[in-house]
Design a binder for this molecule. Structure first.
Ligand code: SF4
Ligand SMILES: [Zn+2]
Length: 356
């Protein structure tokens, strides 16, 4: 399967006009947050490494229709500054008596050598070594094409590979959605191959699934999440992150939103998805912590019930206890959500039918 050239050229033109606002000076940022380890609630230290940004977004194909991360990446990264910032933030944020997930993000792919040269990656892994007993998971985000035997060997040589989790933004297992809604630039088969490679090294996979990409109705996207989870679970993946759209500036999706052609998803849909998935897959780790939840550009309901539902989703993510989602306060907007779903079901588009 190939990308859709006319769609990707539209995205490329949006990308070019937004790139003029790209940051030139951002340094490494890091913070501590709550996190659900496979074994229970804990903390995560998240690092956003200031690389040149996602090669797919920088390419003539324009990158993904929903993604504006590139605008925060510096044009000329300074790797020695990055490493010294990494070292000092790590030592100041970590408490060696606690358990952590370390998340290494670049707003792109950390396994892409154009973003993070091999020697820099090795240096980062060496910085983590003194804390290895506290680090229960090491999460590395990457597109599947960079998850090569060579990179997995490097990880195995410099860290405990059983703790490594490769997080891949699959978004959907439906190739039509990947091509004509997201312009993802890879397909289900690429994810499948990368997953098998990762498993053969004894590492783990987390699949990010995107809820409500452009042109996919709320109803169809719920079905697509269920279908995508079924497919990733069939490969042996034990963790999914259900990522509701948040509308990032300078993206193709943002242009649809600004013209009133797109409504971000309802939080009620996320509650429904998490409830159904936790019943269907009791051993699956389900992460659902919507970015900009309750805000205009993120998943939201009516405004008055949003904060309670966002908090319930966070609590569910940490505890994996679905009963939290059963005891939510009722709100009149739930009826509005149901009629919106019914309307979107009646106005079915082609994406879902193409997947079967
Ligand atoms: S979503 Fe990921 S792969 Fe797509 S453009 Fe953004 S960083 Fe790159
Ligand atoms: Zn409400």
């Amino acid at each position: 399967m190939k990308i859709n050239p006319s769609f990707s050229s539209i995205i490329y033109s949006y990308r070019q006009s937004a790139l003029s606002k790209r940051s030139t000076s951002r340094r490494l940022v890091a913070w501590v947050e709550d996190h659900r380890l496979r074994t229970g609630p804990a903390k995560a230290i998240v690092f956003i490494l200031p690389t040149r940004g996602c090669s797919w977004a920088l390419s003539r194909s324009g990158g993904c229709s929903i993604c504006g991360y590139l605008y925060d990446n510096p044009q000329k990264p300074d790797f020695s500054e990055m490493l010294s910032d990494f070292s000092s933030k790590l030592s100041s944020l970590i408490d060696p008596s606690l358990s952590y997930s370390i998340k290494l993000f670049t707003s792109g792919s950390i396994l892409d050598s154009l973003e993070v040269p091999k020697q820099v990656l090795i240096s980062i892994l060496h910085e983590l070594q003194p804390y290895s007993s506290s680090i229960k998971e090491l999460v590395l985000e990457s597109r599947p094409s960079y998850v090569t035997e060579e990179k997995l060997t490097l990880l195995r040589d410099h860290f405990d590979i059983a703790k490594v989790e490769i997080a891949i933004g699959l978004e959907s297992a439906n190739n039509a959605i990947l091509r004509d809604s997201i312009n993802k630039g890879f397909f289900w088969e690429d994810f499948e191959r990368a997953t098998k490679r990762v498993f053969s090294f004894g590492a783990k996979i987390k699949a990010y699934l995107l809820f409500k990409p452009p042109f996919v109705s709320e109803f169809d996207s719920i079905l697509d999440i269920f279908n995508s989870v079924k497919q990733v679970v069939s490969l042996g993946v034990d963790t999914v992150s259900i990522n509701a759209i948040n509308i990032q500036r300078g993206t193709y999706l943002s242009s649809l939103f600004e013209k009133n052609f797109y409504r971000p998803p309802y939080l009620w849909s996320l509650v429904h998805i998490c409830q159904e998935l936790s019943t269907l897959y009791p051993n699956l780790r389900i992460i659902c912590d919507p970015v900009a939840g309750g805000k205009k550009r993120g998943a939201h309901n009516c405004g008055s019930c949003d904060s309670a539902i966002v908090q319930a989703l966070k609590d569910f993510t940490l505890s994996q206890d679905p009963s939290i989602l059963q005891d939510l306060p009722s709100c009149p907007c739930k009826l509005e959500w149901k009629s919106y779903l019914l309307h979107s079901k009646l106005n079915n588009n082609d994406f879902f039918s193409l997947s079967f």
